[in-house]
Design a protein around this ligand. Structure first.
Ligand code: PAJ
Length: 281
């Protein structure tokens, strides 16, 4: 596996590949890799000639009070995993390469960031869209792989690709979970043993919600959310940012639940913020 740190080197590498007509599968990450990331890498491996994974903890997508500084950084372990998964290139630029002095351009996708995580993480999706746009410019992928665990992120990137006519195909991959249902996340490492046990309740609430919708027992979103909040309220030191039923395309809240629907939630357990969702097709 080749490790590339400079933008120029990455660009000349991909330019060569494109001239040879090779397809590039790209998996952008912030590192601290887990099975969720690996499922994206494997899918990219299956569908492309060359696989590029980026590791970049993007300062622009963290709020001033968020966990940028303490976000887990485990380059050596990540590198070993990527070698095992037959990745061709690990692109790992520094923050000053991506955001050199004087950097000012941003990409904003306002309509899709008004709901769900948007109001709780001001500027977050602008940071995501900006870095992903820049990474696309550098890597020039044929296909880019994203996880449905971050459902709103996928919608934002899909909109950006469409709006800016970017020549890349977005591939959405299903959420990978631990045995008990907790969605794999780099932030799960923050959880103490007790918190880890409580964390499962987010998925349990979403799962229950899916059952209630599936069996048409509860199609009033307010009633449904109230019922699911009863599950989340039992988490000691837990706090709910939101729990919503939204249209999976517009991400607007539903007045009455119809299908397809997205049931999504974000909770704090102590100092750790977790998100998860289920899609009701
Ligand atoms: P990160 O949280 O490292 O996630 C990288 C990719 O892995 C994202 O597409 C995310 O949705 C996916 N992923 C995370 N957990 C997953 C799980 N349990 N199952 C399936 N896929 C999962 O998301 C980011 O980084 C950043 O915002 C980034 C897109 C890299 C821009 O900085």
């Amino acid at each position: 596996m080749k490790i590339i740190r400079s933008i120029q080197d990455m660009q000349s590498y991909t330019m060569r590949l494109q001239m040879q007509g090779q397809s590039i599968g790209f998996v952008p990450t912030m590192g601290a890799l887990h099975e969720g990331h690996r499922s994206l890498v494997r899918r990219a491996r299956d569908e492309n000639d060359i696989v590029v994974v980026s590791i970049f903890v993007n300062p622009l997508q963290f709020g001033p009070k968020e966990d940028y500084k303490r976000y887990p950084r485990r380059f050596a372990q990540d590198e070993a995993l990527l070698v095992k998964d037959h990745v061709d290139v690990l692109f790992a630029p520094g923050a000053d390469a991506i955001y050199p002095q004087g950097y000012t351009t941003v990409v904003d996708v306002p309509a899709l960031t008004r709901t769900l995580c948007g109001p709780f993480r001001r500027g977050h999706f602008q940071g995501v869209a900006t870095v992903v746009a820049k990474l696309f410019e550098i890597v020039q992928p044929t296909r880019a792989y994203f996880g449905e665990k971050d459902y709103q992120q996928i919608r934002v990137i899909a909109r950006m690709i469409d709006d800016l006519a970017m020549p890349v195909r977005l591939v959405a991959c299903s959420t990978v979970r631990e045995k008990d249902g907790l969605a794999c996340s780099s932030r799960n490492r923050y959880l103490s043993r007790k918190e880890r046990e409580e964390a499962i309740k987010l998925y349990q609430a979403l799962y229950l919600g899916r059952e209630l919708i599936d069996q048409k027992i509860m199609l009033n979103p307010q009633k449904l959310v109230r019922r699911l909040m009863d599950v989340l309220k039992t988490i000691p030191h837990g706090r709910v940012d939101y729990l919503s039923v939204v249209d999976p395309v517009t991400l607007e809240p539903m007045k009455r639940i119809h299908r397809p629907a997205l049931l999504a939630g974000a909770i704090w357990i102590g100092k750790t913020r977790l998100i998860d969702n289920v899609i009701i097709p």
